[in-house]
Design a protein around this ligand. Structure first.
Ligand SMILES: *Cc1c(COP(=O)(O)O)cnc(C)c1O
Length: 416
């Protein structure tokens, strides 16, 4: 057995108590955000800050807005960008569409829906929650029932996390829209696309989502620090009438052509240059090809889990967190680890010995799962390297497993 202290040393670059050493090659980053940054994006960000009157600033902002609209599947939605992370985008939406005492309906997806609900409560909003059943996507029936029961029309919006990054589960937004329509309730549909945008299909206009929000550091392949919301005319009208006090996050101050105003101050120029480049890469590959690549690489990870869980001669201790194959996301796979084995020990060996960084469990899944992120700037070789590193760490820790890597190779060699 390897003890944690054996794992530090000159090659352990990022444990908090070790001196950074040189890591030959690249460490494979398989957290579900932040994700790898393509070289073209890094290079695009290697610029000096510029005068706000420099035409490159306005040009870049316009290109980002237009590119985001394309990636989100919307023709006319207004895009607002913030120097913020996904939590900032959450808050931006909440303070614009609801006021203290008003109610939002939070569709239960697990850790992320609960974190967003707590934020809403801190802002003085009332949150009605639909139940989360572990391992399952959003229950559309409970959304329809909650809206039908709301005869006073107190609910202003239904908040939906498209892909919950903690569980690795993607919910069916068109089915949620259909449930809302069936109820006849006028609530807005707000979609958190932080972990799904530019990984899984998302069509804001066709799905009639009134707001979609996201952040830069996941499928968009840009460093953390840039958030955005896309807002349709109905949601803008709700914001217009909303008495919630707000300034920095307020949409009303950010409309108009002036870049200084759009950002309520200085735009994050460097990240915008990166985002423009990343959106260009997505365009070049083709959005549908990007989605198809994510689906293919996710299926390879799923094949690996099917292999790992079939340990020879011993009960398997590895399994999918999500038992519903169709609900497993293309962005991240949550994998349960039982038999007294520690997901965090596995992560540490994978990271420090094999240079593969995977994520742990969040909230109620802490200590129960590890998560392999597979979104953003990835290809087959990177993915197989990551799966190989994880499988090697299982060997080091004597975790019984079948040949997941072999299954992934077999899957990829059959799929084009
Ligand atoms: C990562 C994530 C967030 C939070 O984003 P931060 O940038 O970490 O604040 C919110 N929602 C989802 C679905 C996420 O995956």
């Amino acid at each position: 057995m390897t003890s944690p202290s054996d794992l530090s040393g000159p090659r352990a670059a990022t444990t908090s108590n070790s001196t950074p050493g040189r890591i030959p090659g690249r460490r494979l980053l398989h957290s579900p955000g932040p994700t790898h940054i393509p070289d073209a994006v890094l290079h695009a960000m290697a610029v000096q800050p510029m005068d706000l009157a420099d035409p490159r600033v306005d040009e870049t902002i316009a290109a980002c807005e237009e590119g985001l609209r394309r990636v989100l599947g919307t023709r006319d939605a207004q895009v607002f960008m913030y120097s913020a992370n996904g939590h900032g985008a959450w808050e931006a939406v909440l303070v614009n569409i609801a006021a203290p005492g008003q109610t939002v309906l939070m569709a239960g997806t697990g850790h992320f829906s609960e974190a967003w609900a707590l934020q809403a409560e801190d802002l003085g909003l009332m949150v009605q929650r639909t139940p989360w059943v572990e391992g399952q996507p959003i229950d559309t029936g409970s959304i329809e029932a909650a809206l039908r029961a709301d005869v006073a029309r107190a609910i202003v919006a239904v908040l939906v996390v498209h892909t919950d990054t903690a569980s690795g589960i993607t919910s069916d937004v068109p089915a949620i829209r259909a449930a809302m329509d069936a109820s006849g309730h006028p609530a807005l549909l707000v979609v958190d696309g932080v972990a799904s945008v530019a990984a899984a299909p998302l069509y804001m206009d066709a799905w009639r989502a009134n707001v979609v929000l996201g952040a830069s550091q996941k499928g968009l392949m840009v460093p953390p620090g840039l958030a955005y919301v896309a807002v349709d005319a109905r949601a803008l009208a709700v914001a217009q009438a909303n008495p919630m006090p707000r300034h920095y996050w307020g949409w009303q101050l950010r409309v108009g052509a002036q870049s200084y105003r759009k950002f309520c101050g200085t735009p994050p120029e460097t990240l915008l240059f990166g985002l423009r480049a990343a959106l260009g890469l997505i365009e070049q590959e083709g959005l549908e090809a990007v989605w198809a690549r994510h689906a293919r690489l996710a299926a390879a990870v799923h094949a690996a889990v099917e292999g790992w869980r079939e340990a020879v001669n011993v009960p398997g201790v590895i399994d999918f967190f999500c038992p519903v194959p169709a609900a497993r996301s293309v962005s991240v796979t949550a994998i349960t680890l039982g038999g007294g084995h520690s997901p965090d020990a596995l992560r540490q060996v994978a990271r420090e010995r094999f240079q593969v960084a995977v994520a742990g469990g969040l909230g109620p899944l802490a200590g129960r799962v590890f998560r392999i992120g597979h979104l953003g700037d990835l290809n087959e070789a990177m993915l197989l390297g990551a799966l190989g590193g994880v499988q090697a760490a299982m060997d080091v820790l004597n975790i019984p497993h079948g040949d997941g890597v072999g299954r992934a190779i077999a899957y990829l060699s059959r799929s084009a």
